[in-house]
Design a protein around this ligand. Structure first.
Ligand SMILES: [Zn+2]
Length: 63
């Protein structure tokens, strides 16, 4: 079973890492969770100054 790695906005196709998910109200209306299997080409968080590749597991190095 794949883990959810990000959210995608249905209206703008913006991808947000789990640190930068939109507020709950916006999320419910406009965003869907995406899993690693949904991003065969990878995915970069579109939040300003973030740029995290959501397919790279984080946390192992404490950052
Ligand atoms: Zn981000």
């Amino acid at each position: 079973m794949a883990d959810m790695v990000a959210y995608r906005s249905l209206s703008t196709s913006m991808l947000r890492c789990l640190d930068h998910v939109p507020p709950p109200a916006a999320r419910a209306a406009n965003c869907v969770p995406v899993e690693a299997d949904d991003l065969p080409d990878g995915g970069i968080c579109t939040y300003p100054d973030c740029g995290v590749d959501v397919l790279i597991p984080r946390g192992a190095d404490g950052s």
